[in-house]
Ligand binder design. Sequence first.
Ligand code: PXP
Length: 246
Amino acid sequence: MTNMRLYVNIDHVATVRQARRTDEPDPVRAAFLAELGGADGITVHLREDRRHIQDRDVELLMQTVRTCVNLELAAASEILDLACAWAPKQATLVPEKRQEITTEGGLDLSTEAQRSKIAHALERLTDAGIRTSLFIDPDETTIKASVDLGADAVELHTGEYANARGEERRERLARVHAGASLARKLSIDVHAGHGLTYENVTPVAAIPEIEELNIGHSIISRAMFTGLEGAVREMATLMRRARSPR
Ligand code: PXP
């Protein structure tokens, strides 16, 4: 893919494995198939509670992924130690709550305490040679705070857009677009993700400032019926078409 990267989140493969605490399905094999299907990167979230991805997975992915590992993590010292030792090409800082089903909303950068925690995490990751991204809601203040903190990129949260319908969806899309434009104007790279599906990805992929999408649930769900390689290829095709509609 030339002008927009598709990073495939394979956490759900590990979720199925952990349901039985066995050794299949293996996310490492999933990463290989996703790359065969045209993924530009592999995203995994190593949660503090290790509910899906395990340390062993990241260790093996670091050795086998040919494209790029994007490690999602909370700004927690134990996970930061691991991230710095593994040194994936990219790390995305995300908020983490024990009770959540999946990541809910972007990072809170509204207080000095929160900003200083994220600043410390960014410094550690950057010193380890890792490209950094902050998962945030597409609002002006948080985008400006991310720029001030010196992250390489922001990942704009598209979950509100994905969950909305009708007029509200158009408004949510406009917010993502405005956020992407502001971020680019402030010279920070723009990623996006959460809740994107085969049905709703096109308007987001058409936003020219966005250079990377992180997509998991929808691709892994389709893969159960059609196979992972083909599911990734289909998503990559939709994204490409959104950029150059015929
Ligand atoms: N981006 C971030 C920061 C996430 O936490 C997730 C979910 O793990 C995704 C993207 C992918 O979301 P989905 O599984 O809904 O495609």
